[in-house]
Every structure is written in C-alpha cells, then in structure tokens.
Design a protein around this ligand. Structure first.
Ligand code: IFM
Length: 465
C-alpha cells in the first residue's frame, strides 16, 4: 500500500539534489581541469568496476532535459554543485569563462522553470593541482577556496537563493585523508585532522566572500550522525565518545559554540591541537550562518575494535564504519544502511536542545539506494524508496512538531548517478538513468513525490479568489 503523505507546515519547501562530479560528465570539455576524483577513479582498484565520472549522466549536455524533469516534478528548489575545476581549472589563478557560462545557462534554465537554485561550492572535487601542493592538509587550499568563492558569488549572486559552502566535510577530511576510501585516498591521521581544520577555515573564508558579494542565504551542509554504542561495555562507550567527536562535534562545536570540542585529547592523543590552528581561526569559522544543511541517511552503531588502538593516529581512521554492527532489526538499503527514520527526529531534536545558536535547518540530502529494475510495462516500481522517503519526511514533521525549525527537504537524488567508490552500481535516483543510452525514466517514487508536493500545496496554500 502506498504510504500516506506526511504533513509538513505551510511554507515548507521541497527539492531534489545532485552534485557535479556525480552527474555532469564532460570531464575534459571546455577547459575543465582535473580533480582529485578524476585521478582517484582512474587508479586501479579504487572504484567498483573501475567506474569514473567521465560521462556520468552527461548532464553537462543534457541539463535542459533534467531541468524539465525537475519542473514536471513540481519542486520549489534544486540543489546542485559547482565544479571548482570547471571554473578555476588550476584551483587558483585564471578563471575559465566557458565553465562559468555553463552554470549561467543552468541557473537561467532553472529560474525560467520557476525553480530556486541552491548551489554547493564544494562537493569533493578538489582541483588536482591543489592536491599536488598538499590539498586540504594545507592552509593555501582554504585561501584558494575563498578566491574561487569570490568569483562565483560575484557571477551568480543575483540569482542563487541559497549557498552551501561545503558538502559533508567529514567525508572530505576523514574518508578522503584517513580511511582512504574517497579521493585523494590518503591514510594519514595527522593529515586528516589538518584537513578537517582547513576545511572549516575555508568555509569561514568563503562565508566572508559570500557576505561581501551580498549573497542571499549562506550555510554549510554536514552529514551529522545519530550514533549509538553497541553495548554498555566501557570500551564501546569510549569508542562512542570518540566517534561523537569525530563525526559531529569537530564541526558543530566550532560552528555553533565557537570552540573546539571537549575530549579531543582522548580521541587523538593530543594531535588535535596541531600546528595548523592559528589564532583567530575560531572567529572566522564561527561566523553566523543563515541555515544549517543536514544530510541524513541512517543511524550508526559504534563498537570498539581492539586493533584500533595500534596507532593513535590511525585509530581515528579505523573507527569510521569498520566498527558498525546493527541492532535495529531494520530493513537495509543496497548501501547496507539500516532504515530507521526516528533517528532523524532524534538527531534534529538533540541539535536543537544543544545549540542555542543553531540556525534554521534544511535537510539537504536524504534518500535510498535500492535494487531498482525496469518492468515490462517500462516503469520502475520502487516501493521501498517511497517507504523510505515517506518515513523520513514523517520524521522531519515530528521534529517540526517538537519545535525544531526545519524549512525544507531535498531528496537525494534527482537522478541515478556516480556513487563514488560504488561507481554506477548503487542507484539513489527518483529518475532511472540507463547509462548506455542516457535514457531517463521517472520511477514510481518520482510520481509519489510529485503527488506529495501537489497535495502539500493544495492543503497549505490560500485558495485564490
Ligand atoms: O552520493 C552521496 C552524496 O554525494 C553525498 N552524500 C551521500 C550520498 C549517498 O552516499
């Protein structure tokens, strides 16, 4: 049975999200420079089946069709990311006019379709020349990020409604520099901590540029996690504490409390206080924001694993993901993630209680990868995805009812796309993409989401006389 539409308040906004490297393709067209994901995905063994984003969904050429799908879906907003290497191919220095022109065309197409653009400035595609000079381990990258931000803020500031500086800096820093499962594929405890700090500084400097350019709404997107200990054994509780610092507080404390997290020392054996921190950084990082974007998919259970303790730096790395067990008894998506919508309500309520300075929240990503297939009637009957979305939207409604100021929700994702290390194997889209032909097929979840948006408007908008 199709789940009922969750009821969100009047003015609540619905959207869909994507990211540049995952959909654009055209990796070497019109002056785009290489990114760390081009390098990483071409390195044997890094991605499933050696997949790369070279072509992806060919959105660079097919964006009018994709915007038409968004218009038909009826969304208020679209969250996309700007590829830094398309705009500033070397990461710093000369700007590529053809790269800038592409996002001009995209933004104008969105506005003509009545869709409000939300632009993410960094969704993991660091220009390779910057990585060659140290990447996020060094402060120069944060400064280069501010320089690139100034260029795009000046160019699109009149039309972009919402700016997101960074997407999931936890993944950029820890999955990229400590675990090595994302580009640039490093495994360095110290490098990851420096990266986390420079990402935050880069965010703060970018906020400054956006404000100077008169940007409308400015925020950041974090993948905050609802974490539980696997048991009440002291070892598991200590592992949970480490994970809470690493997943959440590294970001939320400097952003919303103006300080570094407590208990860092026990997490990183003193490394957190590294030479990368400079006086004045906290003030830069903690500049007020108009919103916090949250990407949420599943809760995580943390257990201690004895081998984590071998190296205090790498213990940080190994704690991520490796120590998960699943006590929820929930259905799992094809990512292996348990479906527990109530964890989103808990996360939102906890943040609201904890941070008096918390700005309004947007759910900037939420969705599920499922084993979709096209049936003989030419449709994709993705009932599991509909269930997932209905459950999580109801969880957002519960948080709103409990007093959390959540303004909107973007489904991840509009299209099936390049799912990083999983290549094209995992499908998150409301629209199926046949990668051979680039045919787009709206799934049942697309039609369900459209129905939800229509019903929401009918229920909350004043009738016109
Ligand atoms: O595809 C990713 C996205 O790029 C960032 N957030 C999580 C999604 C699903 O794994």
């Amino acid at each position: 049975m199709t789940p009922a539409f969750p009821e969100l308040p009047a003015g609540f906004r619905f959207g869909a999200a994507t990211a540049a490297y995952q959909i654009e393709g055209a990796h070497d067209e019109d002056g785009r420079g290489p990114s760390i994901w081009d390098t990483y995905s071409r390195t044997p063994g890094r991605t499933l089946d050696g997949a790369t984003g070279d072509t992806a969904c060919d959105h660079y050429h097919r964006y009018p069709e994709d915007v038409a799908l968004l218009r038909e879906l009826g969304v208020d907003g679209y969250r996309f990311s700007i590829a830094w290497p398309r705009v500033v191919p070397q990461g710093t220095g000369p700007v590529n006019p053809k790269g800038l022109d592409f996002y001009d065309r995209l933004i104008d197409e969105l506005l003509a379709a009545g869709i409000r653009p939300a632009a993410t400035l960094y969704h993991w595609d660091l220009p390779q020349p910057l990585e060659d000079r140290g990447g996020w381990r060094v402060r120069e990258t944060a400064e280069a990020f501010a320089e690139y931000t100034a260029v795009v803020a000046e160019r699109y500031g009149d039309r972009v409604e919402r700016w997101i500086t960074l997407n999931e800096p936890f993944c950029s820093a820890f999955v990229g520099y400590a675990v090595g499962r994302h580009a640039p594929g490093a495994q360095e405890g110290r490098g990851a901590l420096a990266a986390a700090h420079h990402l935050l500084v880069g965010h703060g400097l970018a906020v400054r540029e956006l404000r100077a350019a008169g940007a409308r709404e400015v925020g950041i997107t974090l993948n905050l996690d609802r974490l539980h200990a696997a048991s009440d054994r002291p070892e598991d509780l200590a592992a949970l504490r480490r994970a809470e610092v690493l997943h959440n507080e590294v970001w939320t404390e400097p952003l919303f409390s103006g300080r570094y997290p407590e208990h860092e020392a026990e997490t990183w054996a003193g490394l957190a206080d590294g030479p990368w921190r400079e006086p004045g950084d906290l003030a830069v990082i903690g500049a007020p924001l108009d919103f916090l974007g949250i990407n949420f998919y599943r809760p995580i259970t943390i257990a201690d694993a004895p081998h984590h303790t071998a190296d205090p730096e790498l213990r940080t790395a190994v704690d991520i993901g490796a120590a998960e067990t699943d006590p929820y008894g929930a259905r799992h998506t094809t990512m292996g993630w348990p479906v527990v919508p109530g964890a989103l309500t808990e996360l939102l309520c906890d943040l609201h209680d904890r941070y008096p300075r918390l700005p309004p929240v947007w759910i900037t990503e939420n969705g599920s990868a499922e084993t979709d297939s096209v049936t003989p009637d030419g449709r994709v009957h993705d009932a599991e995805r509909i269930d997932y979305l209905a459950g999580h939207l109801a969880a957002v409604a519960d948080a709103v009812a409990a007093g959390v100021d959540v303004r909107g929700y973007y489904v991840w994702s509009l299209l099936d796309n390049f799912e990083w290390a999983y290549g094209y194997d995992r499908r998150f889209g409301l629209v199926r993409v046949d990668y051979e032909t680039q045919t787009r097929t709206p799934k049942d979840s697309y039609h369900w989401y459209r129905g939800l948006i229509t019903a929401h408007r009918a229920r909350t908008e004043e009738p016109t006389r």
